[in-house]
Write a protein that binds this ligand. Structure first.
Ligand SMILES: Cc1ncc(COP(=O)(O)O)c(C=O)c1O
Length: 386
């Protein structure tokens, strides 16, 4: 199935954050939303629900549990127990509410920078201290640093917020790394929250490993928080889920207020149930993203040869080091002002990231090319001699 980028003039009529959050002359390439049309069965379902004024409270969601479990078993060989599946409104809320059952203000949570910026906000919301175990960086290739993680665990960390697979570096963690983390977490009494929202968006050269599928240790320490919202572009519909793999962790889920579940939306739960069946659309979308990640590399080589970029193994977010262009403290801000293209600011992802920008390539080749042209134009304004 072919999944193509929607033309710019239509995108500009969207009301979502990406398309309404910037001035009309700005090309927006931050915010992890996709510029594709929804999978047809999801569109049909949402239209039918609206036409039927089926806009009340969320009803039975067994179909969602089943469709996720089927997807997880077929794609990842991971058997999910329906009794260990718990709905919430989004990954952020699920993570924070579940974490509240474990941490007190002042406790320590561990992250691996550079990492999804809201992990810092979740820690702040929980009034927890952040311990960073930065990813090991080899050129532009990032991997988990197990020694740094163990050193962090030794400091009395309660929860490890693991981004599996990783936004923004595009790294897919290996089975051996995840096994080692599960063993260390069991040894040091740490809970591992595996944020797997990008799990379905892993390219063919890599294999996504759900944390809870790893080992008994992983199931004793692990919490998976995930959603259909990234891979099928449903973030506005508000539905995510927490999955556990042991009675020990299930007891934590059960201790959360029932409102956590009821704050998910009826549209979100129905759309997510349909999404996990839309595997043809997902495969078509992955082919488009595969072309785009390579197209972006050619664009950068030709037009911005000093930018550092490694083709990501997952998701649709390019992590680009702009340090060679000397764009100051905040390259994304400088580029936005001088070139009218919005990128996500690198410093939000952690320390030592201020020379980076993150670019969303879930769009058309035309928009990617236009985005790069605007970055080039911005650099010419900022450094006329280049
Ligand atoms: C790793 C990661 N987790 C969570 C989210 C957001 O999920 P939600 O909107 O369900 O909180 C994102 C969004 O880009 C993400 O990249």
């Amino acid at each position: 199935m072919k999944v193509e980028g929607v033309p710019l003039e239509i995108l500009r009529t969207r009301l979502s954050e990406k398309w309404s959050g910037f001035a009309p002359d700005v090309l927006p390439l931050p915010v992890a939303e996709m510029d594709f049309e929804l999978a047809q069965p999801i569109r049909d379902l949402l239209v039918a629900m609206a036409l039927n004024s089926d806009t009340g409270y969320m009803g039975n969601t067994d179909a969602l549990t089943r469709s996720f479990a089927d997807f997880a078993s077929e794609r990842w060989n991971w058997i999910v127990d329906p009794k260990q599946f718990f709905l919430c409104s989004d990954v952020g809320v699920g993570t924070v509410e579940m974490a509240r059952t474990i941490v007190q203000p002042g406790d320590k949570v561990l992250v691996n920078s550079p990492v999804y910026l809201n992990m810092y906000n979740w820690a702040k919301e929980l009034k927890c201290e952040i311990v960073d175990a930065p990813m090991h960086k080899d050129g532009m290739h990032y991997t988990l640093d197990l020694a740094a993680i163990e050193a962090g665990y030794k400091q009395g960390v309660k929860i490890h917020f693991l981004c599996n697979p990783q936004n923004p570096t595009g790294t897919v963690h290996s089975r051996a790394e995840l096994e080692a983390i599960a063993d260390l977490a069991a040894q040091y009494g740490v809970y591992v929250f595996s944020d797997e929202i990008h799990g379905p968006i892993v390219f063919d050269e890599e294999t996504f490993i759900p944390f809870l599928s790893i080992s008994d240790n992983a199931r004793q320490v692990g919490v998976c928080v995930t959603a259909a919202s990234k891979a099928w572009n449903l973030a506005g519909l508000k539905c995510a889920f927490i999955i556990t793999g042991s009675d020990r962790i299930l007891a934590l889920t059960k201790s959360m207020p029932p409102s956590v579940r009821f704050r998910a939306s009826h549209f979100g739960a129905q759309a997510a149930a349909k999404a996990f069946e839309c595997t043809d659309w997902l495969d078509g979308m992955m082919e488009t993203l595969d072309r785009n990640r390579q197209f972006l590399q050619v664009q950068l080589e030709n037009k911005l040869p000093k930018a550092k970029y490694r083709i990501p193994n997952c998701t649709y977010l390019a992590w680009i080091d702009m340090s060679a262009y000397d764009l100051g403290e905040n390259p994304a801000k400088a580029i936005l002002e001088a070139g009218k293209v919005a990128l996500t600011q690198g410093h939000l992802f952690g320390p030592d990231c201020s020379s980076f920008v993150r670019l969303n390539f879930a769009t058309s080749e035309e928009i990617i090319a236009e985005g790069i042209d605007r970055i080039v134009a911005a650099i010419k304004v900022l450094h006329p001699s280049i």
